[in-house]
Design a protein around this ligand. Structure first.
Ligand SMILES: C[S@@+](CC[C@H](N)C(=O)[O-])C[C@H]1O[C@@H](n2cnc3c(N)ncnc32)[C@H](O)[C@@H]1O
Length: 278
């Protein structure tokens, strides 16, 4: 092991699990400092320039404060592309990539798609890239998120139209009709805060994460009602959900006259996606 990897591992070993320390070490050395992966594996001793040494110390300092590596880099990988991220938007998760994959496979001919709560734009931009015939609209309440999403859309040559909309408001202005509505809305209850990792709790935006304990389906309740107005007949809803509420989601959709309701498990065997037709 060279002295750079030894320094990184020693600095992080009390904060992150061993596998994560290994992954972070490679990412810092290769993707951020630009060192050669083979040199690192071979344990070749490398001397950093003064500027790179300072950069390394800054990264370690931020990681020790639990800042997500994606915010430190300003980049998160999602569905094969790099999205700009900053503390104003949620870091896209791999489970959300499964949602995108499902929509692409099931709706190759979709013409109009709406993404509610777009954050970095990871879902909407991926869909607009992968489904070139679809017009994609994306809403968020946060100006900060919309600014980052627009930036990602431009850099990735997406074709998404972004709108500031509060989905909880009764006067959502939209005359368009959609084949698909997708949403990964806030779904973590306040009581679940106790089980959350500090890199999420202390750094990611509350607005993107939390719902009241006494109304965990707050966003879904509004979106299923909206779906009855905005979806074409036979159009489809796709939700990412809190794993604790699969059964309640099915009941909510049944009560609102949706059919063909499916709950799909994620890579970790948790209820994570719900789909239904209008
Ligand atoms: C869980 S994040 C999802 C972000 C992104 N779609 C993703 O999957 O990574 C939820 C998003 O909903 C937005 N949001 C919160 N309240 C909202 C509201 N009332 N109306 C519209 N968007 C809202 C947040 O700003 C945040 O970007």
């Amino acid at each position: 092991m060279n002295h750079i990897t030894a320094y990184i591992r020693l600095s992080l070993k009390d904060i992150y699990p061993p596998e994560e320390v290994k992954a972070l070490t490679m990412l810092i050395c290769c993707d951020i400092l630009g060192l050669d992966a083979l040199d690192i594996y071979m344990g070749k001793d490398i001397t950093l320039s003064e500027c790179k040494q300072r950069e390394l110390e800054n990264i370690i300092f931020r990681l020790q404060k639990n800042e997500p590596i994606q915010y430190i880099r300003g980049i998160a990988e999602f569905y094969g592309r790099q999205f700009r991220v900053a503390p104003g938007v949620l870091v896209p998760r791999p489970e959300t990539g499964e949602l995108v994959d499902l929509i692409i496979n099931e709706n190759p001919e979709a013409k109009n798609i709406l993404d509610i709560g777009t954050g970095s734009g990871c879902i909407s931009i991926s869909l607009s890239k992968e489904l070139p015939n679809a017009m994609v609209t994306a809403w968020d309440i946060s100006e900060e998120a919309l600014e980052i999403a627009r930036w990602n859309n431009e850099r990735l040559s997406g074709r998404v139209v972004f709108e500031k909309q509060d989905v909880l408001s009764d006067i959502v202005s939209d005359t368009q009709r959609y084949d698909v509505i997708v949403s990964n809305p806030p779904y973590v209850t306040e009581k679940e805060k106790a089980d959350m990792e500090p890199n999420v709790l202390e750094w990611e935006p509350e607005l993107a994460l939390f719902v009241p304990d006494d109304d965990p389906l707050l966003f879904y309740r509004h979106i299923v009602v909206l779906g009855q107005k905005l979806l074409n007949q036979g159009g489809k809803l796709y939700f990412e959900i809190n794993q604790a509420y699969g059964t309640e989601m099915v009941r909510l959709l049944e009560m609102n006259h949706y059919h063909n309701i499916h709950v799909i498990k994620d890579l970790f065997e948790n209820d994570r996606i719900v789909t239904a037709n209008r």
